[in-house]
Write a protein that binds this ligand. Structure first.
Ligand code: PMP
Length: 446
């Protein structure tokens, strides 16, 4: 099957040396699933099998694989100026990309700090929060609030905020001073499209109780994924985010939205902030920022955050003692600008919004299957949850593999398939994804 562009074989002679992330390596290496080519909504494995991408490559590629415009922009950038660091100097591309990103954000979020991944965006946001409160004469605010079933990446800050038990069990001693509030899946609203009606304010009032327990003036920030993605598409009930915003305002707490998944059109709006009509103080993003072409993340901040931090230092002093060697790498900026141009020119966020109702119906067509426990959808993301087979995670792991060999790639978390089509997908593509999932479900029963 296809050799790689550099002439190396599609199936390497040895698979031992690469230790894959978030993978059962021993199992994988017995029967590897290698993708050698991709274009549009499809990719091809090393045996020549064609797969439809049912999770937009971990939400990264809404505009599809193999976009020539992005490849050309990166090539042009690399052959003009391959790398400029951003410590006390810069290159123009980052300013252009920052301007385009802020144009998509809610009003007042006019400052963007670039990083290289979602995880880095979270650790950067944590530091931004601390720097803001310190500059504001509020340095006693050192407590952070996160949620059960939250996923905020894998760096030490993000793991500290995590509400996933695996993160917590394996890496127990991380950042102190993180308290958690409940997640929003109450089980009352199974098979739900969009936001559940129940309990939004009551669930958000967990934060109020923390303010009463710890003192609101000790809490620095609340981190929330507007829709929890990696734990299976947990959609916030009506009134929930609004109430969190209200409590934060009352107590001077910063509200941070982790939009690594929901940013750039996933819900049909620019960001989830606009979809839910709630504006955070700080917003993290990654993935679709470059259509997944070059690793990049970013943190956007309200004017008052940027101004407070930058104005607190003398003119010639470094104001925010933080940054990465590859922050705002020129190649990533070029990819980001090209991705933003595609999103706008092709009206892809509008296309996502237009496809969402069809997608929701298609997902719900699976509800009567005996393996299915719950389905929830919002925009072009969904969680399809299966009953487990007695051993948590086993059915999900098997189905993910079987589905791959049946010609569809979908991300699973435990027993939940996270189906999230690309924005360039047609109704026929949605049908194809659903058919392959249904076939794979039926096979489990045979
Ligand atoms: N935050 C959220 C909400 C995410 O979904 C992810 C990745 N799935 C991250 C942070 C971490 O991003 P990365 O894997 O790029 O570090």
């Amino acid at each position: 099957m296809h050799d790689l562009p550099n002439g190396l074989p599609a199936r390497p002679n040895s698979l031992e040396e690469h230790w894959l992330p978030f993978t059962s390596n021993r199992d994988f290496k017995e029967n590897p699933r290698l993708v050698v080519q991709s274009e549009g909504v499809y990719c091809w494995d090393h045996k020549g099998g064609k797969l439809i991408d049912g999770s937009s490559a971990l939400f990264c590629c809404p505009a599809g694989h193999g976009r020539q415009e992005i490849a050309k922009a990166v090539y042009d950038q690399m052959t003009t100026n391959s790398y400029t660091p951003h410590f006390q100097m810069g290159h123009p591309g980052s300013f252009e990309l920052a301007k385009r990103v802020t144009a998509l954000l809610p009003e007042g979020m006019n400052h963007v700090f670039f990083v290289n991944s979602g995880s880095e965006s979270i650790d950067t946001a944590l530091k931004m929060v601390m720097a803001f409160h310190r500059a504001n004469g509020d340095g006693q605010r050192l407590r952070f609030v996160s949620r059960e079933r939250a996923y905020h990446g894998v760096n030490m800050g993000g793991v500290s905020l995590s509400g996933m038990v695996k993160n917590r069990e394996t890496f127990p001693v991380v950042m102190p001073n993180v308290v958690t509030i409940r997640h929003t899946m109450t089980g009352k609203d199974l098979f739900h499209e969009g936001q559940p009606e129940h309990d939004g304010v009551e669930l958000a009032n967990d934060l109020q109780r923390h303010c009463e327990t710890y003192g609101g003036s000790t809490i620095a920030a609340v981190f929330v994924e507007p829709v929890a993605g990696s734990t299976g598409t947990l959609v916030p009930p009506k009134g929930y985010l609004e109430r969190l915003r209200e409590i934060c305002d009352e107590h001077g707490i910063l509200l941070v939205f982790d939009e690594v998944i929901t940013g750039f059109g996933r819900l049909g709006s620019n960001f989830a902030a606009q979809h839910f009509g709630v504006t955070p103080d700080i917003c993290t993003m990654a993935k679709a920022l470059t259509n997944g072409c070059i690793p990049m993340g970013a943190v956007a901040a309200q004017d008052r955050i940027y101004e407070t931090i930058t104005n607190a230092s003398p003119m010639n002093a470094i104001e925010f003692f933080h940054g990465y060697t590859y922050s705002a790498h020129p190649a990533a900026c070029a990819a980001g600008i090209a991705a933003m141009e595609i999103y706008e020119r092709e009206g892809l966020f509008e296309k996502a919004a237009a496809l969402a109702p069809y997608f929701a119906d298609a997902m719900m067509s699976l509800r009567d299957h005996e393996l299915v426990k719950d389905i929830r959808t919002i925009g072009l993301m969904s969680g399809l949850e299966f009953h487990h087979d007695g051993v948590p995670g086993r059915r999900g792991a098997k189905m993910q593999k079987d589905l791959f060999w049946n010609g569809c790639h979908v991300k699973f978390t435990g027993e939940t398939a996270i189906v999230a089509p690309m924005f360039i997908a047609t109704r026929a593509h949605v049908d194809e994804i659903i058919d392959k999932i249904r076939t794979t479900m039926d096979q489990q029963l045979a």
